[in-house]
Design a protein around this ligand. Sequence first.
Ligand code: IPT
Length: 991
Amino acid sequence: MPSEPSAYVSDTTPGRGALRPARSWLHSDAPSRSLNGLWRFRLSPTVPTTEDFASEGFDDEGWDGITVPSHWVLQGDGAYGRPIYTNVQYPFPIDPPHVPDENPTGDYRGHFDLPADWSEAERIVLRFDGVESLFKLWVNGDEIGSASGSRLAHEFDVTSSVRPGDNVVAVRVHQWSAVSYLEDQDQWWLPGIFRDVTVIARPVGGIEDVWLRTGFDNGRGHVEAEVIADAAAFPVTLRLPELGVEQVWDTAADVTAFEIDGVEPWSAEQPRLYDVTVSSAAETISLRAGFRTVEIREDQFLVNGRRVVFHGMNRHETHPERGRVFDEEHAREDLARMKRFNVNAIRTSHYPPHPRLLDLADELGFWVVLECDLETHGFDKLDWVGNPSDDPLWRDAYLDRIERTVERDKNHPSVVIWSLGNEAGTGSNLAAMSAWVHARDAERPVHYEGDHTGEYTDIYARMYASVLETEQIGTDGSRAALLNCTPAQGARQRTKPFLLCEYAHAMGNGPGALDQYEALVHKHPRLHGGFVWEWRDHGILTTTPDGRPYYAYGGDFGEVVHDGNFVMDGMVLSNDVATPGLHEYKAVVQPVRFAFDGDDVVVTNLRHSADTSDLRFRWRVEHDGTLVDSGDMKVSVVAVGESERVPLPPIPVAHDGETWLTVDAVLAADTAWAREGHVVATAQLDRSASRPVPAARPHTDWRQSDGTLTLGIAEFIDGSLVRLAGRAVAGPRLELFRAPTDNDEGTSGDVEDSDASIPGVSHAQLWRRDGLDRLTTRRLSVERAPEALRTISKVSAAHSALSVMVETVWSLEDGELELRVEIQPSAGWQTVWPRIGIRLDFPDGAAPVDGAKWFGLGPFESYPDSLHAARNGRFSSTVHDLSVEYARPQETGHRSQLRELALTSAGSKVLRIVTIPDTRGRRPGFTLSRHTPQQIAQAGHPFELPESTTSHLIVDAAQHGLGSRACGPDVWPEFALRPESRTIRLRITTD
Ligand code: IPT
């Protein structure tokens, strides 16, 4: 039998003693004091059998100090345990509502000084904004209560236990409790008091809660106020000084709705806020009101009468050193970064964030789907048998959670949809939550993806639906909406607005196909866009035993069960670096679009409600990537949904090179999130005069040959290249392998879009099966002709009868060295190939290759299904910076459509490589890296990559697309690389 102090750990109710109803997180002038700071702390491996630590006189001298807020597993260098990462799995036996006796329990003791004049307060309240997972509270030895709901606020009335001067607060926090079953989100398990603790003096005649519902209709603001206060608080006055509004309510019954003229609406694009105060004689509440009306009309979701397209991100609270402890600076910078990347929406996956985050969202402008703290995903393993979502035993906990969620954040104009939670199956408790929301807030719709049949929610949501399926949903296609529902239920779902609450799984290198989803949104008004999974990697900054810093993921802390690097699936790396995937996203969703039509460009404004008066337009012309002319483009203000046709500037066309026009829409003035000149949207037009591709010169008179040979700058021994321009070099060798991306390793079953995929089997597995990572060569011939050398090789892998014939021809053409490689697969290859390339290795010598300058697509890496952010131009980089430091090393660095590449050493050119298009006009891409694909594939973390003294250049005739199969659809067929014959032709010089 569990001893008394631990019995409540298995309690399925939300605890006892916390004040209800929950109220808004308000900015008030009532006195308060933060209890953040140093507390005393003791960690026990199990629930201690006594509660004597809570008594006033307890001697905590021997205890450690701990900072509040924090997670104890991120404090004390491992002395207090380690973080655990699981996605769906419960890290404890599925034995609801019980948790193991091994239940790390943190006892905290803190002090606060109660000012003498606080004795006039009506009540003294202690507020906890976030404690994971269950806690019990004592003040001056009195037991006050307990609470759960880790990412929710709890307030306790401690009036009768406090006294002027010093007070002792004792808190016992359990890592595991019954509610851990409700908090199975895909993230680190991070126990502790991780949000603010505040002691508040509630004044006599104070205002308990305010809710301003601020609608907008045709230039008029509509305010419906709810004021919760004792009769003694009245009269209560609402002031909105900017619009000269003053409403005085003498009694609670007088609090009525009213209208205001001349109001500007709030939107994510123009987050117009008005300062409002609501005051009694004793207390003033300050709010920032935004006027906007949310509604669903048929199958469209509208704000202020206009359809919203969500270009959203799923945002977890995560920080590499602080975990879920809020860092306002960091969060603000993150949100500003979202704005700079054309993100306009946030789903607060999968719990309410720190309350300040919503102030920032109001201010910077985001459509927010505010999600409740709820996920029971692990019950999937039991086919959802015993799922708390359908068990009355847990009803109170579910209702308590949604009440705390809605009440806390109800005043925010940015919050336009309430979400019940994530991946909690379905059941009556969820339906009850939804009913509660509908009764409390009739305006904002309820979202919950798991309501597949649409019984109790207002929005039709799916996650990771393929492009085809999404299109079917937009068009009432026959395959739409059959996930766990009948055709009739599916039809009902399609009477609602649709959104992808998660899509485009951004794990590692990827995702591909963002543009395909985006195109659908503009074709089918029912489709309202969605939320990329997810915004950031959740890496935790730690060090190797020998002291090298790195970002840890699942398994790095010795967890018994974990889900590896599935927690590293963000558009932003743990160190705040935007991935190429995020650059692609920005380009794909840009709110202003350009279409070139003859001598005009058509500028279209796809925004929700803002015209283009905040933008300037500029153009530039480049010849082979070198600027020749530029200027401003006069575009009159484009209204929402409208287009404007503008003549192109005169474009001087180069005769012996390429001619490209670039147009940019840039910010005309500084904003809260970017500087004047920041590029919002961009497009390029190829105006190159067509130039003939020189045909490969046929050579005859081939004779078998060995020994040494010099062809211009190339030196050979027995047919093998050994030096280029006096520099040691090895290769070229056929390279078909890439270090598998997380998507290449994905086994997602939804492979309807790709006939080369086998459900449950990753491409990477097939590549290894076929030995693409360990090819061997058998040379069939070495021949010479005048000014030419030819080798023919058969390339294949151990225990495989599949092969590739590679013919390599080196020749001097007009005095320049040309390399032509013909690659031809045998019959019988079944898989897609990662790449078709040749590799040249440059060992470090006197002047090591350490950089590249190129003309082609850049500046970031690009792949066939992720090319929108890549623009034609001249770029340069160090070898190091050509690779992205994905949390788990994988394919990176490919630059597409190369025209010209200079390998550099300390900034000086050492070799110049010019590509010649193949007969279909295709140009190869390149990768320059300190590591081979095989080395990269061996490393679990960047620090595991070996020290390198070689630069490896891979010139790829083709690369396989990226897709998002780590959790979602495979590469679209058009971008899947089939084994096929390819030619690579290069000119190599030193000038
Ligand atoms: C989906 C989860 O909702 C999300 O939290 C995250 O885990 C994501 O997967 C993968 O990174 S659920 C999945 C079964 C599609």
